[in-house]
Design a protein around this ligand. Sequence first.
Ligand code: PLP
Length: 512
Amino acid sequence: MLTSPPRAVPSSPTSSPTFLFSEHATEHYQHAIGQAVERVCQQLSRAPDPCSGTSPAELQSIMAELDLNTPLHDLTAVLDELQCTYLNDAVYFHHPHYMAHLNCPIVYPALVAEVISSAINTSVDTWDQSAGATLIEQALIDWSCEKIGWQPGADGIFTSGGTQSNLMALLLARDHFCETRLDHCVKTQGLPPGFERLRIFASEVSHFSVKKAAALLGLGHDAVMPVACDSAYRMCPQALRQALRDCQQQGLVPMALVATQGTTDFGSFDPLPEIAPICREWGMWLHADAAYGGGLLVSPNYRDRLAAIELADSVSIDFHKSFFQPVSCSAFVLRERQWLKYASYHADYLNPLADAQAGIPNLVDKSLQTTRRFDALKLWLTLRWMGADAIGELFDQAITLTAQAHLWIEQDCEQIELLHKPQLSTLVFRFAPNAELSAQQLDDCNRHIRRSLFDSGRFALAGTQVGGQAFLKFTFLNAHTQLSHVQQAIDAVEQAGEHYLQTLRQPAEACA
Ligand SMILES: Cc1ncc(COP(=O)(O)O)c(C=O)c1O
């Protein structure tokens, strides 16, 4: 009997003429994805630094050479081009010298999920576009609510990030306030008369997305009342009481409070056990912005820093910050499912009311977005493969490193001024040499340090401003970053600072 020889898989199949992904394109798909993965692996094994220090002008000149109307038709050529426009100069968050913003290294179970979810291309807006994906997302929402300590009846939705979660919190807070206190439905009628008197309270170091949300909600930045902090950058309850009384005297109306659980710069926690009763007393919605600190929900050692989070009405959690997930992966959760009605709309073609009445779960009913990525799959595979404790341990290691770094700097680095004792995994500090420098020179010096380290590509640090003065910031999220890396970074800071001081001295020396 004649048998046909096994079909040879070409090592480099030419592209399918249509490029459409289907059962006919699996060979092309596997080959192309393999090539892409290969590039990433090569890049990681070669990149000695977290960034290249390239300038916008350098990359813009490469981009200017490209003609988007002339495709390359060949994957290798496409990837070679991408090497120059992106991969060579990208900023690599997995690198132990990346210590800048709240970007985490990611765990590879989540990358497996990215491959699957992008290929299947589920949209989790309705059951008829998602099936099991909807149940997976809902299970993760329920799991997050349980970790917070809420009873059944709590609910939530995955979002694009903390910014959207905070917007959603304040939208629900505004509409709930207007419905229950003013007998006014904002969703159908728009803002009520006197809306300009509504006020939101947040600490003076809360995230700027609170102000952005206030603007988007028609209340404006000025509706956000900054509450003073104590010396550890936590909202001060006495200052809050005073601010509320002042508002009342001016005829303003407190509506909501945002208590940050892990502030962006200082990792500080507004004290919920003291703030929650004040919110209850004043009838204010209490939102906990745990975009950063939310990772402590699975921490084996530091969970107690989220004390009383269950007293919040709603919580933002960014899995793409402290759960080691790729961007985007985030959730907005709340204590009472019914309040999600302020965000809902039933479209006849998509999620008719009849579906909800029949118990069909259409997640779009509770989302600000319509078409929405199945970002929950990343967290799902991570939890099913690694488990929550392993995630919590990664975050704990970063927190422990931060405490060690603080201690070492305090004891050994005379020229470094520390601004706070860390409560999470950031450290705000500055180079403050024993030299006669004006406040402006000190600011310029620290800005120079940050720029020169970034330009060298060797270390990525963040910069911030406190009390109008320039500071540097470490954000640690990488369990591969050791104290020795921090010591090298501080050496580099001191060297760059000394170099700046020399440039200051040179003109004077030249005149002498
Ligand atoms: C405390 C806090 N809230 C909200 C956000 C905004 O989160 P996202 O960047 O995911 O929109 C951040 C970002 O750093 C943050 O630190």
